[in-house]
Design a protein around this ligand. Structure first.
Ligand code: ADP
Length: 451
């Protein structure tokens, strides 16, 4: 770097000689031309030297100049060093800024840098490709305006969270390109937060998952088709099994045991196929939602009836708690049954002998709040984020309870979401789990729809 500061140091230092020259001139000239008076004589008794006042002043002037020069020199050199350091730091910062900007711009993941009101201020190249728009065109939008109309509610929720400085992750929905083509994206919004305050802008990542969605759709359709095809022969087997077990043909004890095993195995396959069918219908959005009025308490009673044997075998203590007006609840009965059944059977399944299962339903004009609590296995903290994934079973559940397929919670989540509700849980390992579900009370006459 150029150093104008450094080159001026000797010059400025020289200027500081000025006081010495001035004092020297004023008091030194009379001395030089021999006009110093005798009264001017001073004896420095400590060292036994006699000097004139003029000499003394000249020396003091010189010392003063030297001190000023030293101070000024020190200040200038320090300033110069600070300037050099600042320059090199600025250079480093510029380099890393360039590096990150290049990384941001060339990343294969579409990123948008947005202001605190969601306005797009810097779209990277991948995002321009995703939307088939130039940076300038994208900068006309706020990030939550790029969705397909059908996803208005999701986008709004993400936006509301964003402006409050709350992150959203892995929300899937469709966006519309400039040419009208729709693409599936998985959006994560990461607001930068002012300390203790609201968001002040942030980064939005939009993974294009259109191909993955298409493959998922084919897989779901295949599962749905296969389950349909399996349902008929399995039902026939069940029917013949029942005939053999109840029939008049005598069976030996051994034969009866074998047929019973076949019958139970068949029953489990039917349950699994039914779960697969429900999951694929919910995924494909082809589940026909029918809003009617019904009493969820009666559903809970029926479910407890179905699992009486397990409750008795494990000597479980059941607590039921119902609050609010249960006579005016509207929703899809099949889905609510599915949700309550999976929650209650899980609580019974994952609670140890002599444990407690508590079911509480609280009705309000707006919604039904369900809590299903047990004091059983609990869910390991490191696996809690995967618990609603399809076919996922936690390690402790696999070890202790062989019977399970990991579809129940996935179905609960899909069913709750298709009713516009929410599901959550808290769990402590070896202490127990509480699942909470909120289902909106659909208004009377809202009719039928597909999710
Ligand atoms: P399944 O019970 O058939 O394995 P689910 O989808 O119903 O499948 O549950 C997924 C996993 O979540 C279970 O395997 C278990 O690890 C965990 N889980 C669900 N409910 C409970 C519960 N009440 N207590 C402990 N773990 C549970």
């Amino acid at each position: 770097m150029s150093d104008p500061g450094k080159s001026s140091i000797p010059f400025i230092s020289l200027i500081t000689l000025f006081p010495a020259l001035l004092l020297g001139t004023i008091f030194g000239i009379p001395h030089l031309i021999g006009e110093g008076s005798a009264e001017d004589l001073i004896t420095l008794s400590g060292i036994g030297v006699t000097v004139t006042v003029t000499d003394l002043l000249f020396v003091i002037g010189l010392l003063l100049s030297a001190s000023i020069m030293a101070v000024v020199y020190y200040v200038l050199v320090s300033k110069y060093k600070v300037a050099v350091l600042a320059d090199s730091k600025t250079e480093e910062l510029l380099k890393s800024r360039d590096f990150f900007l290049r990384l941001f711009d060339d990343s294969p993941v579409p990123y948008l840098m947005v202001a605190k009101d969601g306005e797009i201020v810097l779209p990277n190249k991948a995002s321009q490709r995703l939307f088939q728009m130039t940076a300038e065109e994208l900068m006309q939008y706020k990030f939550h305006e790029l969705h397909d109309d059908a996803y208005f509610a999701q986008s709004r929720t993400i936006y509301d969270k964003f402006v409050r400085g709350v992150a959203s992750s892995d929300v899937e929905f469709e966006v519309v390109r400039k040419d009208g083509v729709r693409r599936w994206v998985r959006l994560s919004a990461l607001p930068y937060r002012k300390q203790g305050g609201k968001g002040k802008g942030g980064t939005i990542s939009l993974l294009d998952i259109t191909e993955q969605k298409a493959i998922d759709k084919v897989k779901t359709e295949f599962v749905s088709l296969a389950s349909h095809q399996l349902r008929t022969p399995l039902s026939a087997m069940k029917w013949y099994g029942e005939m053999v077990l109840q029939g008049k043909e005598p069976l030996s004890e051994k034969q009866r045991r074998y047929v019973q095993k076949i019958y139970k195995g068949n029953q489990r396959m039917i349950e699994l196929v039914d779960l697969l069918l429900s999951a694929s219908r919910l995924e494909m959005g082809s589940f026909h939602i029918e809003i009617t009025s019904f009493d969820p308490i009666l559903i809970v009673k029926d479910i407890f009836e179905e699992v009486t044997k397990s409750i008795k075998d494990k000597r479980l203590h059941i607590i039921e708690n119902y609050e609010g007006d249960h006579t005016n609840f509207f929703s899809d009965k099949k889905l609510v049954h599915m949700i309550l059944q999976n929650l209650i059977t899980n609580a019974v399944k994952y609670t140890n002998d002599d444990g407690t299962v508590r079911v509480s339903l609280t009705f309000s004009p707006d919604d039904l709040h369900v809590e299903v609590e047990d004091n059983g296995l609990g869910i390991p903290p490191e696996q809690q984020d995967k618990i609603f994934s399809k076919m996922f079973r936690a390690d402790n559940a696999r070890l202790k309870v062989a019977d399970g397929n990991g579809l129940g919670l996935y179905i609960i989540k899909e069913a709750v979401e298709s009713l516009g509700g929410e599901v959550g849980f808290t769990s402590e390992l070896n202490r127990g789990t509480i699942f909470t579900v909120t289902i909106p009370n659909a208004t009377e006459g809202s009719g039928t729809k597909s999710n």
